[in-house]
Design a protein around this ligand. Structure first.
Ligand SMILES: NC(=O)c1ccc[n+]([C@@H]2O[C@H](COP(=O)([O-])OP(=O)(O)OC[C@H]3O[C@@H](n4cnc5c(N)ncnc54)[C@H](OP(=O)(O)O)[C@@H]3O)[C@@H](O)[C@H]2O)c1
Length: 258
């Protein structure tokens, strides 16, 4: 096979939040490119289906139920991945939460704790646990799923947006600090993608139509729109890109800024 720059044969990838939505699409896309997968989320239902799809592609899939708000569970996920496959080449931090949808001043301490633990600390713990294995293998790829809410002030998504802005900054900092280890750290900032997490938006017909009308692409995004970006960032085609956030939003943030 000619090397397109997107071949992941022989690579081991860990994807959190892989039981549905964007994480599932990323895991399957990486498997299609030849990677073996470790897939995590809190519940195993959903992960079983993702694993079956990966195995049907002829790749290996290890399921590790994990709550990424728990440091011990995140380290256990990474250690189990290394023990099973001998190391990690690609980490996709994707599992996130948005428990408070409303004005920022109405958010409670419990919302802050949960959102910071899952969206920020969970990402950081997974990176910290994975980097020594990547360094041993001579390099690696870290992909943090952020959001356009981390780049712009979106109505009623303030707390979530604060953590996503933190993810973008974590990505820049670690891109700098891990450059010498040949580990590229990048983020994806999806726009409006049709998943369970965004159902509060797309199930509201008026709001969905307004967002579609504002989006130059003229549609809500699909999880496959993000999976392709993740494949690029997981592959050697992106070896000279680090610390960056790629926006995949059908153009809507250009409208915000124009
Ligand atoms: N959809 C959008 O419009 C959109 C836009 C911008 C950014 N994003 C980002 O894209 C990523 C994926 O979101 P999505 O839309 O695909 O959401 P989703 O369909 O709700 O899927 C979320 C996934 O994360 C897992 N998860 C949630 N909390 C977890 C925890 N504490 N520990 C481990 N796993 C957990 C869920 O499984 P369990 O419930 O079983 O744990 C599920 O697999 C997130 O980082 C999100 O912020 C989404």
């Amino acid at each position: 096979m000619s090397d397109s720059g997107f071949d992941l044969s022989g690579k081991v990838a860990v994807v959190t939040g892989a039981s549905r939505g964007i994480g599932e699409a990323i895991a399957v896309r990486l498997a299609k490119a030849g990677a073996d997968l470790v897939i995590a989320s809190r519940k195993t239902e959903g992960l079983d289906e993702t694993a079956a799809t990966i195995e049907a592609l002829g790749r290996k899939a290890l399921i590790v139920p994990t709550n990424t708000s728990n440091k011990d569970q995140v380290y256990a996920l990474i250690n189990k991945s290394i023990e099973t496959f001998g190391g990690i080449d690609i980490l996709v931090n994707n599992a996130a939460t948005n428990p408070h949808y409303g004005p920022l001043l109405e958010s409670e301490d419990s919302h802050w704790e949960k959102t910071i633990q899952v969206n920020l600390q969970g990402y950081f713990w997974a990176i910290k646990a994975s980097v020594p294995s990547m360094q041993k293998r001579g390099g690696g790829k870290i992909i943090n799923v952020a959001s356009i809410a981390g780049l712009h002030s979106l109505a009623w998504q303030g707390l979530y947006g604060i953590t996503k802005a933190g993810v973008i900054h974590m990505t820049m900092t670690l891109g700098n600090e891990l450059g010498a280890s040949n580990i590229q750290v990048n983020a994806i900032a999806p726009g409006f993608i049709k998943t369970k997490m965004s159902s509060v938006l797309w199930q509201n017909e008026g709001l969905a139509n307004k967002m579609i009308a504002q989006t130059p692409a003229g549609r809500i995004g699909d999880t496959e729109d993000i999976a392709g970006v993740a494949l690029f960032l997981a592959s050697s085609a992106s070896n000279y890109i680090t610390g960056q956030t790629l926006v995949a939003d059908g153009g809507i943030t250009n409208v915000y800024t124009s």
